[in-house]
Design a protein around this ligand. Structure first.
Ligand code: CDP
Length: 215
């Protein structure tokens, strides 16, 4: 399946909603590069933690000096990094330092890009914008499965995950710069009762209806 041009497709949404799963498979099906912008904020947070710095303090220098190696580490998805990433992501200096990098990636040859502000700030004129959501309970279960490879049957553990996710959503949605919110022209998809394949097919249908896919 070939896009009619070098599309920029924004996939935004709250924590663990399935943005990454969707964006990755869309990119693969459409033959477009994929960028997970959450990794940029996670890599900044990782450096802050490793230096023993406080994620509430200005982390702009860490964002400005981010290197490819920082993005390839295998310890960017730990719970402590989730929270610290959300804290450094509130800082205007950090966001400014990462903005051009994201735009440059997309402009090279089109891309599917997932994050929080892709459709609102990074690529406000993206060809297509999706906003992916699911209820906190479903997202907590998905995050647990992603981390441990099986469902969580302990209600206390699950509730702890729900609280962590909700806290991060609130932090992301209430910040002054580039808050988490759907772009006015985003297509909203609630994924509680959808499989990953369902979501992929739904988004491909939308792209087709809009004339963005060739045969
Ligand atoms: O995978 P998950 O949805 O849990 O998070 P992520 O996409 O890896 O993003 C981690 C954190 O980075 C988020 O909680 C946001 O605070 C921040 N982020 C952001 O502010 N803007 C983006 N475009 C992507 C992530």
């Amino acid at each position: 399946m070939k896009p009619t041009k070098k599309l920029i497709i924004a996939v935004d949404g709250p924590a663990a909603a399935g943005k990454g799963t969707l964006a990755k498979s869309l990119a693969q099906v459409l033959g477009l590069p994929y960028l997970d912008t959450g990794l940029l904020y996670r890599a900044v947070a990782r450096r802050v933690i490793d230096q023993g710095a406080n994620p509430h303090d200005d982390a702009t220098v860490f964002a400005e000096s981010l290197e490819t190696d920082d993005l390839e580490r295998n310890d960017l998805r730990q719970p402590e990094v989730d929270q610290a990433a959300s804290l450094v992501a509130r800082q205007p200096g950090v966001r400014a330092a990462l903005l051009e990098r994201q735009r440059h990636f997309g402009r090279l040859g089109g891309a599917v890009i997932d994050g929080r502000d892709i459709g609102t700030v990074v690529f406000p004129d993206a060809d297509m914008k999706f906003f992916i959501t699911a209820s906190p309970g479903v997202r907590a279960q998905r995050r647990y499965r992603q981390r441990y490879g099986h469902d969580c049957d302990d209600e206390t553990v699950l509730q702890k995950e729900v609280r962590a996710i909700t806290e991060r959503d609130q932090q992301d949605a209430s910040r002054d710069v580039a808050p988490l919110k759907p772009a006015i022209d985003a297509v909203m998809i609630k994924t509680d009762h959808l499989t990953a394949a369902d979501v992929l097919h739904k988004t491909l249908d939308v792209l087709r209806e809009r004339g963005l896919l060739g045969s």
